[in-house]
Design a protein around this ligand. Structure first.
Ligand SMILES: Cc1cc2nc3c(=O)[nH]c(=O)nc-3n(C[C@H](O)[C@H](O)[C@H](O)COP(=O)(O)OP(=O)(O)OC[C@H]3O[C@@H](n4cnc5c(N)ncnc54)[C@H](O)[C@@H]3O)c2cc1C
Length: 518
């Protein structure tokens, strides 16, 4: 992973000249290209852990699994939001941990948490490092130092229960490796977020991730049958049956807990058979409103495709959604519908009847194949846009169907009001019987300090989301960025419950201080 940007540096994408022209002409981007500083010029805070504390950490994991090099610290600084990348590009490593610790077992995680609680060392559970909400930035205040607890050594497929269709996997497995291991058994999770190449199973559970095929395979939290969680207060084993009436479901307390209650050290996940057949196709709708109505009909009446997404007029036109695939001029709005697994022809025909009835025009498989081909490539373009002096960032929310148009308008207005004349694009890519998520991509010229510029815009949007009745996050999580608005969403009693759980499981407050809990 590129330390100052996204992904494999070999896959870096040059900005096409017409995009540069668009940035100049439409957005007024004037800045000259600004490359990131070299890695060894990144400024880090002085490491404050004592030699004795580092030795004690090494006593648990072995000295080779405690990293204190400049590069290891840089690579575990923050996550991959646009502000995170902007700060790294100018060499600001002020949130770096003192050390990176790599536990090799659940028992080592338990021992490390006990040691860190006794020594008042803050611990940041670290999966793939792809958080976009500040989920990997711990407050140093009041602590002897900060360690990143990198779970990459917990990377095994432990067992497969083919009868129950449940597999036990470790949290440090990155998604492609998990798919490779399950694929050898003819199985898949079906979880393909845009961060697929780097994010881990533990991170998916800890941040309640949702993948591009959520209509067919469900969100990641739907897949979690059981969890093992190491907390400073002891180990939790959760989930012993597919459903249970034995009181509240404590798995739900751990899903989305973003490392503040404990460290997920094992996951029992529902798996599916690898699909024998996959077909992706495009449909055109005249407007976002008509397209939304068609998605709602599929979500409520079926048959539901495995992948279902609708780009608004701007996103369709700008080409994230390949407008060339649906002709020039009035492009309308592009729907991608994908079918995987059993009864593909039947489900496709059933969905086609609904889409046609509600005004859709079929575009064939070319737009679907183009989407599938480029489904993980947009984050690479972000680095090129940042280098060219444009800020590009994404944000997301969700609401019930009846509230979706108001939420859409509120977010757009807040972005236009706070950024002048940005490009605002939106799509729906996660649908439910009762509602859907809205995912926005914003491109704007940088004025002044781009981190502050975006912080102001994000504040305005988050306020607008809360006022319009949306949730502060459908799948990115809370982190530090949404903590204040999350408190509003939860209400005072909800906040007290979270704080009570935190103080019972983590009385020294070492786990991810400053994240999630208001
Ligand atoms: C380019 C890009 C595209 C993205 N696309 C999507 C998308 O399509 N869908 C989506 O849902 N998200 C997406 N995300 C957000 C991100 O990938 C998800 O939140 C993902 O779940 C994070 O996984 P990770 O392994 O990288 O976790 P990290 O970023 O390492 O950690 C995320 C949070 O979970 C905690 N944590 C990590 N592992 C554990 C553990 N084992 N136990 C306890 N706590 C833990 C961390 O402390 C942190 O608070 C995207 C991010 C980027 C940068």
């Amino acid at each position: 992973m590129l330390w100052s940007g996204w992904g494999d540096p070999a896959l870096a994408r040059e900005l096409p000249e017409q995009v540069r022209e668009l940035l100049r002409e439409v957005l007024g981007v004037r800045s000259p290209d600004a490359p990131p500083v070299p890695l060894d010029s990144v400024r880090l805070p002085p490491a404050t852990l004592s030699a004795g504390q580092l030795e004690a950490l090494a006593g648990v994991t072995g000295a080779e699994h405690v990293l204190t090099s400049h590069e290891a610290r840089v690579r575990h600084t923050r996550g991959k939001s646009t502000p995170d990348l902007l700060l790294m590009r100018v060499g600001d490593g002020s949130d770096a941990p003192d050390a990176v610790v790599l536990p090799g077992s659940h028992e080592e995680v338990v021992a490390l948490l006990a040691l860190c609680a006794a020594e008042r060392i803050a611990v940041v559970p670290f999966g793939g490092g792809t958080s976009v909400v500040g989920g990997l930035v711990a407050s140093r205040s009041g602590f002897a130092g900060v360690v990143a607890l990198d779970l990459r050594r917990l990377d095994r497929l432990v067992s497969v229960d083919a009868e129950s269709m449940v597999a036990e996997l470790q949290p440090g497995l990155r998604a492609p490796e998990a798919e490779r291991l399950l694929g050898a058994h003819g199985l898949t999770l079906g979880h393909f977020p845009q961060s697929y190449e780097y994010a881990t199973l533990g991170g998916f559970a800890a941040a309640r991730s949702s993948g591009q095929a959520s209509a067919g395979y469900g969100r990641f939290d739907d897949m979690v049958a059981g969890l093992t969680v190491a907390t400073p207060a002891g180990t939790l084993e959760l989930g012993r049956a597919p459903r249970s009436a034995a009181g509240p479901d404590l798995r739900q307390l751990m899903l989305g807990s973003e490392g503040v209650f404990g460290v997920i050290t094992s996951l029992r996940l529902r798996v599916r058979r690898l699909p024998a057949e996959k077909v992706y196709e495009g449909w055109r709708f005249a407007s976002f409103r008509e397209g939304s109505a068609a998605l709602r009909a599929l979500a409520q009446e079926g048959p539901l495709p495995t992948v279902l997404r609708l780009s608004d007029e701007t996103e369709t036109m700008i080409g994230l959604a390949r407008p060339d695939a649906i002709g020039g001029g009035d492009t309308g709005c592009l729907v991608i519908a994908g079918y995987e697994g059993a009864s593909v022809a039947e489900r496709r025909a059933g969905a086609a009847a609904v889409l046609s009835r509600l005004g859709g025009a079929p575009l064939g498989e070319a737009p679907g194949e183009a989407w599938e081909h480029g489904r993980f490539s947009a984050p690479y373009l972000r680095d090129s846009l940042l280098a060219a002096g444009a800020t590009v960032e994404t944000l997301e929310t969700a609401a019930f169907w009846s509230g979706l148009p108001r939420l859409y308008d509120a977010v757009r207005l807040a972005l236009l009001g706070s950024l002048g004349s940005p490009l605002v694009m939106c799509h729906i890519s996660h649908v439910y019987e009762t509602g859907a998520s809205l995912y926005f991509t914003v491109v704007t010229a940088q004025h002044g300090d781009p981190v502050e510029q975006w912080a102001r815009a994000k504040e305005a949007v988050t306020t607008a989301i809360v006022e319009a009745g949306g949730t502060v996050s459908h799948h990115h999580g809370v982190g530090r960025e949404h903590r204040r608005a999350y408190a509003t969403e939860l209400g005072p009693v909800g906040v007290e419950i979270l704080r009570a759980v935190k103080s019972r499981l983590d009385p020294a407050g070492i786990l991810n201080p400053g994240v999630l809990v208001p």
